[in-house]
Design a binder for this molecule. Structure first.
Ligand SMILES: [Zn+2]
Ligand SMILES: [Zn+2]
Length: 271
């Protein structure tokens, strides 16, 4: 029995004797099955192909966790370090002993949570490597879990995972799409970790909001307004998107407001 990983999205499936026929994540209209058809790999195969985890210290208390060479959608996860436990925000489709040792040296992982299902990666492998760390999945997205595990805990609304580190369900891209507010980030000015819930675009002075990023399916005005409303109670200056180069260094709150207004204007809605 092996737990296969989809080559396109890098989300790991439940163990089976043979690779699954389908990846429900990629067959959904928000993703895509790559040209040439569905294909699968495994952690062992990726290790033989010289994949490794790359850690980068991004600011005090925050470590980026990526895969080199790039895997699946190419996202990097983030490890938020606190005095009472570290939170892994989003995940990747690979893990190895070097990565486990390097993260243990930084205090390990006491909770795993996500912006959305495209970044579930090999979450169960990561949980098992760190003592069965709880995996927080919004109840609204429970159906998108591909490999079930007793470590999975469902939540809705908001949830504080460590002091000053709070999950906030926003919806939009997925019903359970969430952001992580880190009050101590950006030298105490606050940081918002967003994945694809509020995506930092290549012009990093702005963000955007989509039902599907690869397939360019927009969101309706009510969803945009709701996402902005959900983050309104939180103070933040910096915004960390889902990729190494998608970081808005400062001005987060006015940028979210201006970006939402621009979007609403272009879909013909009032701001
Ligand atoms: Zn897939
Ligand atoms: Zn996505």
């Amino acid at each position: 029995m092996r737990s296969y990983i989809c080559v396109t999205c890098a989300v790991q499936q439940a163990a089976g004797e043979a690779p699954p026929k389908h990846c429900p994540i990629c067959e959904d209209e928000r993703q895509y099955v790559r040209q040439g058809g569905q294909s699968w790999t495994t952690i062992e195969e990726l290790r033989l192909m010289d994949h490794r985890i790359e850690l980068r210290e991004l600011e005090p208390g925050l470590v980026g966790v990526g895969v080199t060479p790039s895997l699946g959608i190419g996202q990097r996860a983030l490890l938020v370090r606190t005095a009472n436990g570290n939170v892994l925000w989003d995940c990747v489709g690979y893990i190895d002993d070097d990565a486990i040792a390097a993260i243990r040296a930084r205090g390990g992982i006491s909770a795993i949570a996500f912006s959305h299902p495209h970044f579930y990666g090999a979450m169960v492998e990561w949980s098992h490597a760190f003592g069965g760390a709880p995996i927080y999945i919004p109840a609204a997205d429970r159906e998108w879990v591909q490999r079930d595990d007793p470590a999975i805990v469902t939540w809705r609304g908001t949830r504080e995972l460590a002091q000053g580190v709070t999950l906030v369900q926003c919806g939009g891209h997925f019903d359970g799409s969430a952001v992580l507010h880190w009050a101590d980030g950006a030298s105490g000015r606050g940081a918002l970790l967003v994945g694809d819930t509020i995506t930092v675009v290549p012009d990093v002075r702005f963000v955007s909001f989509m039902r599907s990023y690869p397939n360019l399916i927009p969101l309706p005005a009510d969803e945009i307004r709701r996402i902005v409303d959900r983050v309104r109670p939180y103070r933040f200056d910096r915004i960390y998107g889902g990729w190494w180069d998608r970081v808005m260094a400062s001005g987060g709150i006015p940028a979210v407001k201006a970006s939402a207004e621009r979007y609403l204007r272009w879909i013909g809605a009032r701001p």
